[in-house]
Design a protein around this ligand. Structure first.
Ligand code: HEC
Length: 218
C-alpha cells in the first residue's frame, strides 16, 4: 500500500480508535461476562487499563515538566532553562515512568534532541497525528500492541499550549531571545524545533507499558 494512503487510513483509525476501543471493550466485557470467556474479558480490560495508565503517566509527566520549567526559568532565566532541559528532561521523564516500569518518551519529526526521533513503531503513529493536525481533525490517544503483544504502546499528541513554549520553540527572530537561540544552537546544532506557533503539533507522547505491569494494576 502506498505510504500516504496507509497514513490516511491510520489517521482515520486514530480518530475513532479511542471511542471505538472503549466501546468494543465494553461490548467485549459484557459478552465475555455472558459467555464466561475469562480471556476475552481480560484482553478488553488490559487495553482499557493501558489507556488509563497512559493518560495518568502523560498527565503527570506534563505537569512535572511544566512545574519544573516554570521554576527554572524564574531562577535562572530562559537560557539557563535550556541548559537544564538538556540535562534533566530525560531523567525527569524516566522517574515519572518508573512507577509503572514504563518507558516514556516524547518524539518529534522536528526534534531538538536527535534521540527524540521516532522509531519504527512510533513513526506511523506520529505521521497520523501530523495528518490529523494538518487537516483540522481532532486526535485521540491510541494503544497499539507491539513486541508480540507483550507491550502496549500508548501515544498521544503534544501540541503547543501556550506562549511559554515559544520562548524556546517559536520564531527565532521574534519569539526567541538572542542569548537563548545561541544556547540552543550550541547544545543542539541540528535543532529542528523552532518556528512553532500556539496550537501546533510539537510531537507525541510515546509510553511503552509492559503487559505484565498493566495486568498487575488491574
Ligand atoms: C527553556 C526552553 C524551553 C521551553 C520554554 C520549552 N522547551 Fe521544549 N525543549 C527544550 C529543550 C532544550 C529540549 C530538548 C531536551 C532534551 O535534550 O532532552 C526540548 C524538547 C522538547 C520536546 C521533545 C522533542 C524534541 O524536540 O526533542 C517536546 C515535545 C517539547 N520540548 C515540547 C515543549 C512544550 C509543549 C513546551 C511548552 C509547554 C516547551 N517544550 C517549552 C527547551 C524548551
Amino acid at each position: 500500500m502506498n505510504k500516504k494512503i496507509q497514513i490516511i487510513l491510520l489517521a482515520i483509525a486514530l480518530l475513532t480508535a479511542c471511542d471505538d476501543n472503549r466501546r468494543i471493550n465494553r461490548e467485549d466485557y459484557e459478552s465475555g461476562r455472558r459467555d464466561r470467556e475469562v480471556r476475552k474479558v481480560n484482553e478488553a480490560e488490559v487495553t482499557q487499563k493501558a489507556f488509563e495508565m497512559g493518560d495518568e503517566i502523560s498527565t503527570a509527566a506534563q505537569q512535572e515538566l511544566m512545574a519544573t520549567l516554570t521554576k527554572v526559568i524564574e531562577e535562572s532565566g530562559v537560557a539557563g532553562a535550556v541548559e537544564f532541559c538538556n540535562l534533566e528532561a530525560l531523567p525527569l521523564l524516566e522517574s515519572v515512568g518508573q512507577k509503572y516500569n514504563a518507558k516514556i518518551r516524547r518524539v518529534s519529526n522536528r526534534y531538538r534532541n536527535p534521540n527524540d526521533r521516532p522509531d519504527q513503531d512510533e513513526e506511523m503513529l506520529l505521521s497520523a497525528y501530523e495528518y490529523n493536525v494538518d487537516n483540522d481533525i481532532k486526535s485521540e490517544p491510541n494503544i497499539q500492541k507491539i513486541e508480540n503483544d507483550q507491550v502496549l504502546l500508548y501515544t498521544k499528541a503534544i501540541t503547543i499550549p501556550s506562549q511559554l513554549c515559544l520562548n524556546c520553540h517559536g520564531d527565532p527572530e521574534s519569539d526567541i531571545a538572542p542569548d537563548v537561540l545561541a544556547k540552543i544552537n550550541q547544545l543542539y546544532p541540528q535543532d529542528k524545533a523552532t518556528g512553532h506557533t500556539e496550537g501546533d503539533l510539537r510531537g507525541m507522547w510515546s509510553i511503552r507499558l509492559p503487559k505484565k505491569e498493566v495486568i498487575k494494576n488491574l
